[in-house]
Each structure stands twice: as structure tokens, then as C-alpha cells.
Design a binder for this molecule. Sequence first.
Ligand SMILES: Nc1ncnc2c1ncn2[C@@H]1O[C@H](COP(=O)(O)OP(=O)(O)OP(=O)(O)O)[C@@H](O)[C@H]1O
Length: 345
Amino acid sequence: MSDVEVRGLRTGYGSTPVLHDIDLLVRSGTTTAVLGDSGSGKSTLLKAIAGFLVPLAGSVLIDGQVAADGKTFVAPEKRGIGYVRQDGGLFPHLSVAGNIAFGLPFPRRKHRGRVLELLEIVGLPTELADRRPDQLSGGQQQRVALARALALSPTVVLLDEPFSALDTALREATREATAQALRETGATALLVTHDQPEALSFADEVAVLRDGRFRQVAPPRTVYGSPVDPHVATFLGEAMILPGTPSQGKVHCRLGDLTVAGFMPSGACEVMVRPEQVQVSPAGTGAVDAVVESCVYYGHDALMNLRIGDSDTVKARVVGADSMEPGEHVALTVRGPVRVFAAQD
Ligand SMILES: Nc1ncnc2c1ncn2[C@@H]1O[C@H](COP(=O)(O)OP(=O)(O)OP(=O)(O)O)[C@@H](O)[C@H]1O
């Protein structure tokens, strides 16, 4: 097991930096999910940690040892890192066993026991060992790619959107098998993903990257419940950012006078309310009255657009069975404290 540490990292392609002043510590045996818009630099960070890119400034340390800085550069194959790509990257002409044993020292035929053990770790039946990749489902191929990355017992595993090509059910099963395999091997992991629920459910910490800089690195409940700014708030799940003003120890906004968690502003501010915080009750029984404008039904839940007064609209997420028809009159009350940000200039 190893800590992965990045200090003041600036790196990119040629002389153009993509990442600026990146600091990150992934503690031994834990998983950090790196989340960000397309092009924000997520894969670039993994490449720098793996040793496929040289830092323009700053350093990469694995288990306290410098892997790259201005003076030292440890080659990728000497870093003890396993890498799983989005497409798995399996060799089509080799069997599953051949793929998994590929990086192991000769003679490979002696590694059959290790291959079968790795198939079990990633939750695949050992009978698949002699199939070719094109005889496997997408989820099975990704598990083989993970087994191959784990073959040399790496202390660090880098996962670059390994589940993104899979459909929802397969994605969840493959993600769970991967989490289990990482727990079993005790590897330190970085997962790059676009998918917010995946990041929140899979990782011990979530690192939100924007334009090559980290905006927030914190446990999932903190980034979701206490985002540092409106961008992180709206990037991680759905959030309404409403204009507000302080009012007798609370904050006043179009959803009423709300209790504030954390920072309390002295003047105009922005109030974050998540749709699931908005409780819907019969008209006249809540903080403000509203009319249902539209409702999108998802089965387990439903997202309603509601109009307050003539023009203000807000959203409420309710369980599917409580979804309502447009035109219904209701009342809204915000549950729990809200986060408040200083108003943007
Ligand atoms: N080999 C390369 N040469 C030059 N520029 C590159 C190269 N690879 C990526 N870039 C640029 O670096 C920036 C960051 O790319 P990167 O692949 O790290 O983003 P990302 O956050 O992983 O995006 P995505 O989610 O779309 O995969 C982008 O502007 C991209 O065009």
C-alpha cells in the first residue's frame, strides 16, 4: 500500500500547461474520484502520476518517494502502478489468461494459478480464462482489464473512466466488483469519471477539477452538502442558486426564511437549495404557495417544476408515487439548513 501525493504540479503537452498548481494526497488504501468537465485535465493528471507525462513544475511522490520532479524521473514501469483505460485495451489475439499474464515475467504458463486467483478477485468465473476478449461482454472485458492491472500486485491503481462504455446495470455490477477487488488488494486508487453518482458512491474523497485546477477535494458528503462555490454545487447533482438577503439570523429567499449552515453573509448572497430539500404539501400548509408547472416522472422519484407568484420557478424532487399533475396548487417548505455563498460580482 502507498500514499500518492502530488505537490504544486504543473503539466501539459509541449509547453502548454493543462494542469496548474495541483496539490493532492490520496492516502494509502483509499480511493479518490477525480470529477470534472470534459477537457478539464482529468486524464492528464492520471498520465502525470503514471509517468506518461513529465511535470513542468512540482512533483509526484509514491509512498513518500519522488517519482517525478525537476531532477528525478522514475519510468512508468518502475512506479508499481496499474492502469485501466476506458476501452479496457485488451489484446484481441490473446486469451483472457494471456491478457492477464501479459505483464508477468516468463515463463507465463507457470502463472495459471495467479490468473485464476485474479479472475476470482474481479468476480469472474475461472472458465472464462481461455476465451478471447471478443467472446466476452463489455463488463467482463473491463473486469479482465482490471485483473491485468492487478496482476503485478500494484500498490496504486489508476482507473480512467473504466465503466463509461457500460450500460447502467452492468456498470453498477462492474463498479461493485472493482471496489471489492481494490479492498481485497489494499491498493490506493484514483478514479477518473464524468459521473457524479459514481464518484460520490465509489470514492473516499472526491476531487473536483475545473480548468486544470482543483476547486474542492473532500469526502463525498462534504462536496455534496457543503460545496465551496455555486459551480461545485451545480456540478455535483442538481442545485438551485437563489438570490437571498440576511434576515434576523436566517436567510430570506423566494422559498421563505431559511436556516443557514456555515457561512452567514452580511449582505446580498446566493442560497443553494437542492430539489430534494423542498418538501411539497397541500396548499396553505407550508412556507410559500406554488403551482405545479410540469413534472418529469422517473419511477423511483419525480422532478417537479413549480411556479411561485407570477414568474419565479423552483424545482422539487419527490418520491415517484407523490408526483403531481400540472396546475395543482401546493405549498413548499425547505427542509434542513441551506448553504449560502457571497453574491458574485
Ligand atoms: N496528447 C495531447 N496533446 C495535446 N493536447 C492534449 C493531448 N491530450 C489531451 N490534450 C488536451 O489537454 C486538455 C485536457 O485533456 P484531458 O484528456 O486531460 O481532459 P479530460 O478532463 O480527461 O477530458 P475527457 O473527460 O473529455 O476525457 C484538453 O484541452 C485536451 O485537448
